[in-house]
Design a protein around this ligand. Structure first.
Ligand code: SF4
Length: 152
């Protein structure tokens, strides 16, 4: 079974109420192989919601209590992000997922680069919180951009 960011499957769970539908996912995998998850929704955040970024570190730092997640209005929503990551990991374990295909650059799902906390579009190397937690548990993560390259 493959864990997939729900927004990549067309679910309207993005911060702005939209999605990042990637039709290649449905072409490459059978529906019954895919487990859709949105960590931010699982963490109790609303749709739509203000955009959020990790301040002072990366996903693994947030899990260690050494960085936080803030939204564009300045609210600390670290606990919601951690809760969403933990619920996502539970779903992955329940379904014996060894692979996750996650949305690039998200503070939850990003697996190579994430936005740097300045809310001006700058990125830094690192994983989002859910991606970091899944990786710590041995789940292989690729983002949808790597998936697109694989198919070429
Ligand atoms: S990137 Fe992850 S947390 Fe953000 S909307 Fe998509 S599935 Fe949800």
């Amino acid at each position: 079974m493959i864990l997939v960011s729900a927004c990549l499957l067309g679910q309207n769970c993005k911060y702005n109420g939209g999605n990042n539908n990637n039709p290649k996912l449905q072409k490459l995998f059978k529906q019954e192989e895919i487990i859709p998850v949105c960590p931010e929704k699982l963490g109790g955040l609303a749709i739509p919601r203000p955009p959020a970024e990790i301040k002072g570190g990366r996903g693994e730092d947030v899990l260690r209590g050494q960085a936080k997640v803030v939204n564009k209005l300045g609210a600390d929503i670290t606990q919601e992000f951690i809760k969403g990551a933990q619920k996502t990991l539970k779903i992955a374990k329940q379904n014996d997922c060894k692979l996750a295909i996650l949305k690039a650059r998200s503070p939850s799902c990003g697996s190579q680069k994430i936005y740097d906390g300045s809310f001006v579009g700058e990125k830094k190397k690192g994983q989002g919180i859910t991606a970091a937690l899944l990786a710590q548990e041995g789940i292989k993560i690729i983002n949808e951009e790597e998936l697109n390259k694989l198919e070429e």
